[in-house]
Design a protein around this ligand. Structure first.
Ligand SMILES: [Zn+2]
Length: 292
């Protein structure tokens, strides 16, 4: 038995030797076999420069560098990731709850709630529906705040709006929905009103869908049409619409706008419009409905 084994080994001596030699070379080159000084040479050199993130520069949409305060605001942008796959998967949508912080917007009659409160509640509901349909959502704010410095060099409102715009643009949003409430001296005025930027065809298509779906959900039979509106937030170069959900100056409608179920219906109609907008085949029908 031993004799047979010995013959087998000697008969394959060259082959076995080769294998042993390869194992030896492999071990010699492996980390376990190397002295520390050898391996240290393979490690990356510590970088003499400061790490690029999160302390690196942030370029604004016009190519200039953000000042430190703006940079902090952009780094803290509330961005919500999708909670499910859906028809909005892969899309980044910005939601802008109008006003906030020092800027209350319009106010309901009899020293009621400020517009900023309704805007944020509806916008957060909308955000939840969009992420449930697969979208990533960039919020210009998700708390009661304005984005201006306490004492900006120019106007507070302007700095707040410019920083909202940068939150939208530096986070790659493809579409913007700005949520507001209306106010008018004639108390009987009621119903949703959607605005888009003049000469922005994609924004008009979006606004027409929004107005049509909001009419059908909240005031079936209403023929109100989307309108051109010269609002800064609609001028960012992406399809956008400003949605006035209803009139705080109308007591009956203000009571509805405070109701979470009514807020949910508004958010649902907006979400449906966004889904239809991304499925562009529906657009000719929607435009036809608007133009009749
Ligand atoms: Zn407003």
């Amino acid at each position: 038995m031993l004799e047979r084994l010995w013959k087998c080994i000697t008969g394959n001596a060259r082959w076995i030797g080769g294998c042993l030699a390869m194992l030896a070379v492999g071990w010699a080159l492996s980390p376990a076999a190397q002295p520390a000084w050898w391996f240290r040479r393979a490690e990356p050199e510590p970088s003499p420069s400061p790490p690029p993130a999160p302390n690196g520069e942030i370029l604004l949409s016009d190519g200039t560098q953000a000042d430190p305060a703006t940079r902090e605001i952009l780094l803290s942008t509330p961005v919500y990731q999708p909670t499910a796959e859906g028809s909005l998967s892969g899309h980044i949508i910005a939601v802008d709850p109008g006003h906030g912080g020092y800027d209350g917007g319009a106010r309901a009659a009899n020293r009621g709630l400020w517009e900023k409160v309704y805007n944020l509640r509806i916008a957060l509901e909308l955000k939840d529906m969009l992420i449930a349909n697969g979208a990533t959502v960039v919020m210009t704010r998700d708390t009661d705040e304005a984005l201006n410095d306490p004492n900006p060099p120019g106007r507070k409102k302007r700095q707040d709006m410019e920083r909202r715009a940068e939150r939208v643009l530096t986070h790659g949003a493809e579409m913007l929905l700005s949520i507001h409430q209306n106010d008018y001296r004639v108390a009987s005025q009621h119903g949703p009103q959607v605005f888009y930027r003049k000469d922005c065809a994609a924004g008009r298509e979006l606004a027409v869908l929004l107005q049509t779906n909001l009419n059908e959900e909240l005031y079936p039979g209403s023929r109100r049409r989307a309108n051109v509106g010269d609002f800064y937030i609609n001028s960012l170069g992406i399809p956008s619409a400003l949605v006035e959900c209803g009139f705080l100056s109308n007591a009956a409608e203000e009571a509805k706008l405070r109701d979470p179920e009514y807020q949910r219906r508004i958010a649902q109609a907006i979400t449906q419009s966004v889904i239809e907008w991304f499925a562009r085949d529906n657009l000719p029908q929607a435009a036809a409905r608007e133009d009749r």
